[in-house]
Design a protein around this ligand. Sequence first.
Ligand SMILES: [Ca+2]
Ligand SMILES: [Ca+2]
Ligand SMILES: [Ca+2]
Length: 298
Amino acid sequence: MIKINLNHMKNLSFALLLGVALLSSCKKDKSTDTTPETPIHPITAQSKSYVNQLFDFNPAPGQFDNTGIGDTVAAKGTLNNDQGLVSLGAWGGYIVVGFDHTVLNVPYKEDFIVYGNAFSSFAEPGVIWVMQDTNNNGKPDDTWYELTGSAQYKDGYTRNYSVTYTRPKCDTCSVPWKDNKGKTGVVQTNIFHTQPYFPIGLKGDSYTLSGTLLPSSNINDDDPSYITSAAFDYGYGDNTAGGDKVDIDNAIDAKGNKVSLKGIDFIKVQTGILYNMGWLGEQSTEFGGAADLSMLKN
Ligand SMILES: [Ca+2]
Ligand SMILES: [Ca+2]
Ligand SMILES: [Ca+2]
C-alpha cells in the first residue's frame, strides 16, 4: 500500500514552484544579455556531411611538393566525398577547408572526423585548428583555436613556433630551414622524388610558417630499413588508420585557455612534426577530407 506523506508533497510542490521561478529569472537575465550570439549556419536538406570549400593550401617544402599529390588540384580533391589526398609537406604546411553549415559541438562527444593516410605504426600527426564564422561573412577571417590532443604536455610540444624555409641553391637541393628558437636543418631531398621540393609557385626566396610543434618522440628510426612512427593517443589528423574523430570541446585560445565553442565552420590541418626520416623524407601530414559526425550514417 502506498502511504502519501503530505509534508513531502508540499515540499515537492514548493521545489517545483522554486524551479519555475528560477527558470523565469534565468530567462530574464538572458534577455538583458547584450553579448552578440555567434551565428550558427543550420543544417538544411541541402547540407553536405563533408567539407566542401577549399580556402587555402600552403604546403611546407617536401618530397610531394610540385607533384600530383602536393598541389591545389590535389587539395580540391579532398572536398566532398571525393576521397582525394593532399600532402601538406614538412612542418607547418597547412590546408584550410570549410563546411556548408556549422558543425555543432555535441556535449561529451566527438564532433567531426579528419581523414589522412596513416596506418598501423605509421602516423604523421597534424594539428587541427577550428574557427567559427563569427562575423558571418562565410570566410575564415575570424579566430583560429587549436584543438588540443594527447601530445599537449609531452616534452617538445611548442606553441607559437615558427619555421622559415629558404629557396635552395638548386632545384633538387635540400631546402634549408631555421626556426624561431635558433635551430637549423634541411628538408632533405631523396632519390625517389627528383622534382623541386620548394613550392614553385612561391614568389620570394623564403617564407615563414607558424603554429604548434608536436614532439617527434614517437618516431623510431634506429633501424633505417624499418622506420616506425607511432600514433598519439588522440586529437590529431593523419594519426590513426581510418580517420581521426575529434571533439570541439578540446579547443584552446591563443593563451592556451580552454574555450567553449557552440560549433565551428572552418578547419585547418597543419603538419605537426618537424623531422627528417632520411631516405623516407620529411614527416608530412596528409589530408584526405573531413566530415560532420552528426551527419554520417553509422
Ligand atoms: Ca563535442
Ligand atoms: Ca568570417
Ligand atoms: Ca601520412
